[in-house]
Design a protein around this ligand. Structure first.
Ligand code: HEM
Length: 425
């Protein structure tokens, strides 16, 4: 433990955007359960504390359980302003949580998701075909039929649009409407930050309203004409006579878009950058694809999208010797826990795709609210990294990567690369 005063957690500090990992290390060492005046809550950064919190059946995910603070008051006011999406499974406690999750679960089981592999594969390779064609066009007629190096943005042109398109297809949204969700999901994602500048609020709420109105129309259609898609499953799902009512359905649809899209694209973007920065690991994976599943777990552990999730205590709770009162807002540091040497050992700050316990990472959370879409996220990442390794020859980063950080989600929004895109294998 150092004698200097521990640093204060501040998600608005530019150094947090650049890299939060040094700050996390200092907090873990010197102030692992830190009260933040700014957030009116406790910031928890050690692995074992984060796991204990997520697995504690007495903690709540609902802001309504919190002792009111200026930050929770703002959030409650916002929830009141968006009643159409306010009952998300993410913020429910039992028994509502267990009931809603059961109604949603079947299409997200491993076997159902595995059946989508062919469609995901087709989408990903079609996107690379378009980029390869762009290279041929730029290269001119003399290069027709030959693969030439092409410059593109691996996030904007590949990792970002694909998860939302794939999810829209899984949901059963008409293909031509898929692109609308790009703007809408950006609005919703921004609106979940605990402290949102006022000027962005109206735009976020307007986007959310449009999205809900569109999804409500689609739900009506599927009620009348069920098809083999996720939306039809959700509107007709029934267990022990219980169904999702209209309000719950809409909230879960928005949640699925929001929860699924950005983190998956960040996994592909951040993961690719991490591999290019660790060429020995990239080559190991290229030559031994049986490592893929473990490599994805390791990339999530090393630099995954989710920095925090939030819980509210409902009784006095002790973490690393600090007693939190009932009603305390606690920010559980998933990304920090994933680098904690107390759990991962001395090499916690480097990528090791064969790390034996990589699958114990916390990027998918833990406990009752653990990620419902983890099989879908993994499938997309597997197909994406396979496609990148198979078809992007001489892949190199040729510009400055751009990282966007919100307190809860951090990831690349731009990764300029150059590669020769070979035809499909
Ligand atoms: C790499 C990609 C992903 C990551 C890192 C991720 C991470 C997480 C985490 C950490 C949680 C728990 C939040 C908490 O405990 O408060 C969560 C919950 C959830 N995720 Fe994911 N997720 C990913 C992809 C997806 C996808 C593709 C979907 C579906 C389309 C999805 C749907 C959900 C849902 C519905 C929940 C709420 C579960 C509940 O509250 O019971 N996620 N995710």
């Amino acid at each position: 433990m150092s004698t200097a005063a521990p640093p204060q957690f501040n998600p608005f500090d530019p150094s947090f955007t650049e890299t939060p990992y040094e700050l996390y290390a200092a907090l873990r060492d010197d102030d692992p359960v830190q009260y933040s005046e700014l957030l009116c809550g406790w910031v928890v950064t050690r692995h074992d504390d984060v796991v204990a919190l997520l697995r504690d059946p007495t903690v709540s995910s609902s802001v309504h359980s919190a002792t009111p603070t200026p930050v929770t008051e703002i959030e409650l006011q916002r929830l009141a302003e968006q009643p159409r999406a306010g009952r998300t499974v993410v913020m429910m406690d039992d028994p509502d949580h267990a009931r809603t999750r059961r109604l949603m679960a079947t299409p997200f089981r491993a076997s159902e998701i595995e059946a989508l592999r062919g469609r995901v594969h087709e989408r990903m390779h079609a996107a690379l075909d378009v980029l390869a064609e762009r290279g041929r066009t730029v290269g001119g007629p003399s290069t027709r039929g030959t693969a030439v190096p092409v410059d593109f943005d691996l996030v904007e042109d590949f990792a970002y649009p694909l998860p939302v398109e794939i999810f829209s297809e899984m949901l059963g949204v008409p293909a031509e409407d898929g692109p609308k969700f790009r703007h809408w999901t950006q609005c919703v994602a921004r609106s979940v930050d605990p402290v949102l500048p006022d000027d962005e609020r109206d735009e976020c709420l307007a986007g959310l309203d449009e999205m809900c109105a569109y999804l409500a129309d689609q739900a009506e259609l599927k009620r009348a004409h069920p098809a083999d898609d996720l939306m039809s499953h959700l509107v007709h799902a029934e267990i022990d006579g219980e169904r999702l009512n209209d309000l719950d359905l809409m909230s879960q649809l928005v949640t699925l878009y929001m929860a699924g899209h950005e983190p998956t694209s960040v996994l592909i973007g951040n993961g690719t950058l991490a591999l290019t920065r660790h060429p020995d690991q990239l080559e190991s994976l290229r030559s031994d694809r049986s490592l893929m599943r473990n490599a994805i777990a390791e990339l999530l552990r090393y630099d995954g999208p989710n920095q925090f999730t939030r819980r509210i205590t409902t009784r006095p709770t002790t973490l690393s010797g600090v007693e939190l009162p009932a009603g305390a807002v606690v920010y559980a540091g998933l990304a920090s826990a994933n680098r904690d040497p107390r759990f991962w050992g001395d090499d916690s700050e480097v990528v090791r795709i064969a790390r034996p316990d990589a699958s114990k990472h916390l990027q998918f959370g833990a406990g009752a609210h653990a990620c419902l879409g983890s099989h879908l996220a993994r499938l997309q990442a597997e197909v994406a990294f396979d496609a990148i390794l198979d078809r992007l020859v001489g892949l190199e980063v040729v510009g400055e990567p751009v990282v966007a950080t919100r307190m809860f989600l951090r990831g690349l929004t731009s990764l300029p690369v150059r590669a020769t895109i070979t035809p499909r294998p």
